[in-house]
Design a protein around this ligand. Structure first.
Ligand code: SF4
Length: 378
């Protein structure tokens, strides 16, 4: 398993405390996006094509730490955009660690060598380096040659300096299971601490929609991958065994979008990291005024094919805490790849998609113009 025991115990006791306090909804992972600007332009990304007035916006260090305090999730994932472009990132990371949060910085690693000495290794800190497969797969995914080799060099450097390092991979339609399995073998050989996987899912603004996976194809792809690695046991995943089992079609989970609340330069995003259907000014407003039951597979057309970790890892973690024997058995036995798949959630009652994104962007642009946000220099 790629999750440190300290983290498992800490998150498990946090969940138990929430249950004992009778809380119905509570956060597990804060997704914190202090900027949308990136130094790559990947085809599967729905963020980097915002107008400059939005790409130039930053959450301040104070805004970020206020979001950490407001939300209270035990894990803080810093994403974006490319978080290493944010000048205040070292202070944000240090501030969150001082609050005993498990901090993960998701990065394409292009700036890691230059900036790594601004950070210190800690059991509470992880670099999560973006690698969508081997050299050819990754460079194609990020639409630029040479990125894989730079990311791997940065990964080796971070390991040599004593940091905890994982990789995060998103797989799209057409991924070759044999090649993915060989890639997992090779990255494990680099001494990484874990792998995070997710199927590509359509951000409604992502320009390249045709390569996202639907649920049936996702489950078959992950079965084909895990089958080549003893039900996934050959690799250290940084995710719960039950989430991997879900990816392979063995669990019927409803998504838990409130488990991974997302704070961006626009505010607290409704309902999740993938869909921007409006923004709340405060975390409390997000939790209390979002109609959570209106989202998720079977409830909403845009959610029909989603199986991403930011929606379903929390569902798997809650199941793990409620049925630890089931999770332990899955971890011991490995992910099932041959048995009949669990029933799928019927889609007959889902409400139709609403397209509110352009209106949201127009509103934010108007705000950006009014506030005369000044861009940072990198
Ligand atoms: S299923 Fe859940 S995580 Fe996926 S897009 Fe819908 S609300 Fe977001």
């Amino acid at each position: 398993m790629g999750i440190p025991v300290r983290q498992v115990v800490s998150i498990g006791s946090y969940i138990l405390r929430q249950h004992l306090a009778g809380r119905k909804r509570y956060p597990l992972v804060l997704m914190l996006e202090p900027l949308f600007r990136c130094n790559l332009a990947c085809a599967g990304c729905g963020k980097i094509d915002y107008p400059d007035a939005i790409l130039n916006k930053r959450l301040s260090v104070e805004d970020c730490l206020a979001a950490v305090d407001e939300c209270g999730a035990p894990v803080v994932v810093l994403a974006g955009g490319e978080p290493l472009l944010h000048k205040g990132l070292p202070q944000i990371v240090a501030g969150a660690i001082a609050r005993r949060k498990f901090v993960v910085v998701c990065t394409n690693a292009l700036l890691l060598e230059k900036k790594i000495d601004q950070y210190r290794p800690s059991p509470y800190f992880t670099w999560s380096i973006h690698l969508d497969g081997d050299e050819e797969m990754h460079d194609r995914s990020v639409c630029q040659e040479g990125v894989y080799n730079r990311a791997v060099a940065a990964l080796r450097l971070a390991r040599a300096k004593g940091f905890r390092v994982t990789i995060n991979c998103t797989f799209f339609k057409g991924a070759d299971p044999e090649r993915v399995a060989a890639f997992f073998d090779s990255v494990m050989g680099l001494g990484i601490d874990g792998i995070t996987v997710s199927p590509g899912y359509a951000y409604e603004r992502a320009p390249d929609q045709q390569h996202f996976l639907n649920r049936k194809v996702t489950k078959e792809l992950f079965r084909d991958i895990f089958r080549r690695g003893r039900g996934g046991k050959r690799w250290a995943f940084n995710q719960s065994a039950l989430f991997l089992d879900f990816l392979a079609g063995n669990q019927t989970y409803h998504c838990t979008p409130w488990g991974n609340p997302t704070r961006t330069v626009f505010g607290w995003q409704r309902p999740c990291y993938l869909l921007g259907e409006g923004y709340a000014a405060t975390y409390r407003e997000l939790m209390e005024e979002t109609d959570w039951d209106a989202y998720g597979t079977g409830h909403y057309e845009k959610c029909a094919d989603c199986m991403v970790h930011s929606g379903y890892e929390a569902s798997a973690v809650l199941d793990t805490v409620q049925r630890p024997w089931k999770a332990a058995w899955t971890a011991l036995r490995g992910v099932g790849t041959e048995r009949p798949m669990a029933p799928e959630i019927p889609l007959g009652e889902q409400r139709p998609a609403q397209f509110v994104f352009s209106r949201n962007v127009a509103e934010r642009l108007a705000e950006a113009g009014e506030s005369k946000t000044r861009p940072q220099k990198h």
